[in-house]
Design a protein around this ligand. Structure first.
Ligand code: HEM
Length: 280
C-alpha cells in the first residue's frame, strides 16, 4: 500500500486556482465597494469642514453644539481644544485614508503615498486618543456599553496603526498592506456607525430597537461593536479568499461584497440627504 504524505494530503484538499473570470468578478466587487466608500467618506469630510470648520473660522463655536452633546463648553479650554483637534483630524483621515488604497497613487506617486501615510497614521492615532479623552473625561452621548465599544475601536486603531507602521519600516509590504486595510476599516468605524444607523432607520421607517431620546438600546449597543467588527470580519474573509479561495469562494465573496455595498449605498444616501447635506 502506498503511503500518503502530508504534502499530497494538502494537495487533495486544496481548491483548484479560480479561473480569470472569477478573479475579475471579485476585483469588480472590490472596486464597487471602494468607490462607494470613497464617495461616502468624502461627503462626510465635506460635512465636517462645512459645519465645524466654517463655524470655527467665523469664531462662532456655538455651531459645534448643533450635533454634539458635549461640543463647545464655555470655560473648558482643554476639552474645547481636544474637540477641535479631534474634528480637524477627523477631516484629515476622512480625506487622506482612501487615497492610500488606490494602487495607481501608490505606484505612480510613492513619495505622496509615504507622506500622506504619515499624515494619516498621525491623524488616526491622535483622533483615537482625543476620542478616548472625550468619551471618558468630557462626556459623550450613549451608555457604558457603547462607550466600551467605541473605546475598543480606538484601541484597535492604535494597534493597527502600530502594526502598519512596523511592517512598512521592515519593508514587509505584503503584511503592511494587510494591516493598513485593517486600520482603514477601524478608522472608518465612526463613519460605518452613521451609515449603519441610517440604513437601519431607512429599512424600519424610523427608530427601532433603541430609544431616540436617550440614544440607548439593544441596536445601538450592537452597532457600537459591529461598526468595526463586521467590516473587519468581511476583510478577513476577503484576504483568505484572495490567497487561497477557489472558484466558489470567489463567487460567494463577490456576492457578499456586492450585497454589503448595496446596503452601504442606501445608508450613505440616507445619511447624505437626511444628516449631512442639511447641516452643510
Ligand atoms: C478616527 C476616526 C474618527 C472620525 C473621523 C471621527 C469623527 C467625529 C465627528 C465628525 C464628530 C462630531 C459629531 C458629528 O458631527 O457627527 C465626532 C464626535 C465624537 N467622537 Fe469622533 N471620530 C473618530 C474617532 C473617534 C473615536 C475612536 C472615538 C472614541 C474613542 C471618538 C469619540 C467621539 C466622541 C465622544 C464624540 C462626541 C459625540 C457626542 O457626544 O456628541 N471618535 N467624531
Amino acid at each position: 500500500m502506498t503511503s500518503v504524505t502530508s504534502t499530497s494530503l494538502a494537495d487533495l484538499v486544496r481548491e483548484p486556482a479560480p479561473p480569470e473570470w472569477a478573479k475579475t468578478a471579485l476585483a469588480s466587487a472590490v472596486k464597487f465597494w471602494f468607490l462607494c466608500t470613497f464617495a461616502g467618506q468624502l461627503v462626510f469630510a465635506a460635512y465636517i469642514a462645512a459645519l465645524y470648520g466654517r463655524s470655527a473660522l467665523r469664531g462662532d463655536f456655538n455651531g459645534w453644539n448643533a450635533v454634539m452633546t458635549h461640543g463647545h463648553i464655555l470655560g473648558d479650554s482643554v476639552g474645547n481644544v481636544a474637540i477641535g483637534v479631534h474634528l480637524l483630524l477627523a477631516l484629515v483621515v476622512m480625506m487622506s485614508g482612501a487615497l492610500q488604497l488606490v494602487p495607481g497613487v501608490r505606484h505612480n506617486a510613492p513619495a505622496f503615498h509615504r507622506w500622506n501615510g504619515r499624515l494619516y497614521l498621525a491623524g488616526a492615532v491622535m483622533g483615537g486618543l482625543t476620542g478616548l479623552y472625550m468619551v471618558w473625561f468630557r462626556g459623550a452621548v450613549g451608555d457604558l456599553v457603547q462607550h466600551l465599544g467605541t473605546s475598543l475601536n480606538a484601541l484597535l486603531i492604535l494597534l493597527f496603526a502600530g502594526m502598519a507602521l512596523r511592517r512598512a519600516l521592515r519593508r514587509d509590504f505584503a503584511s503592511h498592506s494587510r494591516w493598513a486595510l485593517r486600520l482603514f476599516l477601524a478608522v472608518g468605524g465612526v463613519w460605518f456607525f452613521r451609515i449603519g444607523l441610517m440604513f437601519w432607520l431607512a429599512i424600519h421607517g424610523g427608530p427601532a430597537g433603541f430609544n431616540p431620546d436617550t440614544f440607548t438600546g439593544p441596536f445601538l449597543s450592537f452597532l457600537a461593536y459591529a461598526q468595526y467588527l463586521l467590516p473587519l470580519a468581511v476583510l478577513e474573509l476577503y484576504l483568505r479568499c484572495r490567497t487561497s479561495g477557489g472558484v466558489m469562494a470567489h463567487i460567494a465573496m463577490a456576492a457578499v461584497l456586492t450585497g454589503v455595498t448595496l446596503a452601504m449605498s442606501l445608508g450613505i444616501a440616507v445619511a447624505t440627504v437626511g444628516m449631512w447635506l442639511p447641516r452643510m
